[in-house]
Design a protein around this ligand. Structure first.
Ligand SMILES: Cc1ncc(COP(=O)(O)O)c(C=O)c1O
Length: 403
């Protein structure tokens, strides 16, 4: 395949363009067969690794060149907080599909904290985004007097060199897309950093590099994990020297992904694109049905938000192909009606998170302190869409009958 170990630059020069599934199934082949000829990547659970038997190799950490330290991180393992065979295999794989240098973490949120630690901004700007990003920013405000702005338009009057602008599109929980270009252009004119949380539109749905951002983050817990059984995050840059700093910081922040999670995630990557395609086709069916039947449920105040219902041209600039984000939100007229709707669903389990093969519904205010009480987030899974539509239909009818 010509896919080489842990080096994005080498792949830039190859003419062949591989599909996402091919990349996720084969990008770590280069690490195959170190001990046995297994097809399924093994899990290595060791936290500590023997030093070389040759005492000439024992060089004090402070005397090591960057190259020697990189070798310790990538090949000759020391301690699993630094790195381990599972996270290296995962990063080797993800570098290709993310088209950059990937550092994996023990959660999606750890990626944002890693960026804050690297950039060390005086000011941070965001608007609608995952609530955890807001809460981390508030910790930095409390401890380090970082100024927090909650409107992206505030950058036009306040942004300074070295500040951080956080973008999320499509947005959790609405599943809608925002026009990011003006924010990115302005931020770069001020020499500020821009991070794009693309969790809701992973490759090949969206290519944030097209918009020239500095960092891309993904909660791998969601679509890449896909089975609601692991927490992980990826932080990608196109600058190898930044990547080196991030990997070194991660040692001392203690945020490397665990052995088991890395193993589970590598297994999940193999089926990611199939799952995402099914979830995307399902959400299209559900959003179409709900928007076409909206009028029947006016009495219970049904409203829906999703990118497929947005007509703006910037939506297609971001979500270029046939795929779309498998999350949308519904509003019903009040808190009680929301509770009734959720209680009567069969296939949508009432739980937080998203991206798994099983459909979930959440009364979002149960975990998000910043959201409307009557907003219901739906994460569409891989079930048959006609069964999901029937489930929603029955529950809406029930709300109408008991109003
Ligand atoms: C858009 C987005 N970004 C980041 C995160 C945080 O990810 P994690 O839960 O893996 O820390 C989430 C979690 O829901 C999310 O939805």
């Amino acid at each position: 395949m010509g896919l080489t170990k842990n080096d994005f630059n080498e792949s830039k020069n190859t003419k062949e363009e591989f599909g996402v599934s091919t990349l996720l199934i084969h990008s770590d082949d280069i690490l195959n067969g170190r001990t046995v000829n297994d097809v399924a990547p093994p899990i290595n659970v060791s936290t500590t690794f023997r030093y070389s038997k040759n005492s000439d190799d024992w060089i004090p950490w402070r005397d090591q060149t960057q190259e020697q330290q990189n070798k310790l991180l990538n090949e000759d393992f020391v301690y699993s907080r630094l790195s381990h065979p599972n996270n290296i295999r995962l990063e080797t794989n993800l570098n290709k599909v993310f088209k950059g240098y990937t550092t994996v973490y023990n959660s999606g949120l750890s990626t944002f904290n890693a960026i804050m630690t690297y950039v060390n901004p005086s000011q941070v700007f965001f608007e609608d985004c995952y609530h955890g990003i807001k809460s981390i920013s508030r910790i930095w405000e409390r401890n380090n007097s970082v100024k927090v702005y909650t409107k992206l338009d505030d950058i036009f009057d306040n942004l300074q060199e070295g500040d951080l602008v956080h973008l999320e599109s499509p947005i959790n929980p609405y599943g809608t897309v925002i026009d990011v270009a003006k924010y990115i252009d302005f931020a770069h004119s001020k020499k500020a950093f821009v991070v794009w949380d693309a969790t809701f539109a992973p490759p090949p749905v969206l290519d944030p590099w097209k918009f020239d951002v500095d960092f891309v983050i993904h909660s791998l817990t969601k679509y890449f994990g896909g089975h609601s059984d692991l927490l992980a995050g990826a932080l990608i840059t196109r600058d190898s020297s930044i990547n080196t700093v991030l990997k070194n910081d991660r040692i001392y922040l203690g945020t490397n992904i665990g052995n088991l999670e890395a193993y589970l995630l590598l297994r999940s990557l193999r089926t990611y694109e199939m799952r995402y395609k099914q979830q995307s086709a399902n959400v299209a069916d559900l959003v179409r049905w709900i928007s076409e039947n909206n009028d029947n449920y006016k009495r219970i105040g049904l409203k829906i938000t999703h990118a497929l219902l947005q007509k703006d041209t910037f939506v297609k600039d971001q979500l270029e192909g046939e795929l779309t984000t498998p999350v949308f939100s519904l509003y019903l007229k009040d808190f009680e009606t929301c509770k009734k709707f959720i209680s009567n669903l069969n296939f949508f389990q009432h739980a937080t998170s998203l991206g798994g093969v099983e459909s979930l519904v959440e009364l979002r205010c149960l975990t998000d302190p910043h959201i409307d009480l009557n907003l219901i987030r739906i994460s569409v899974g891989c079930e048959d869409s006609k069964d999901l539509i029937n489930d929603i239909k029955k529950s809406l009818e029930n709300c109408l009958e008991t109003i």
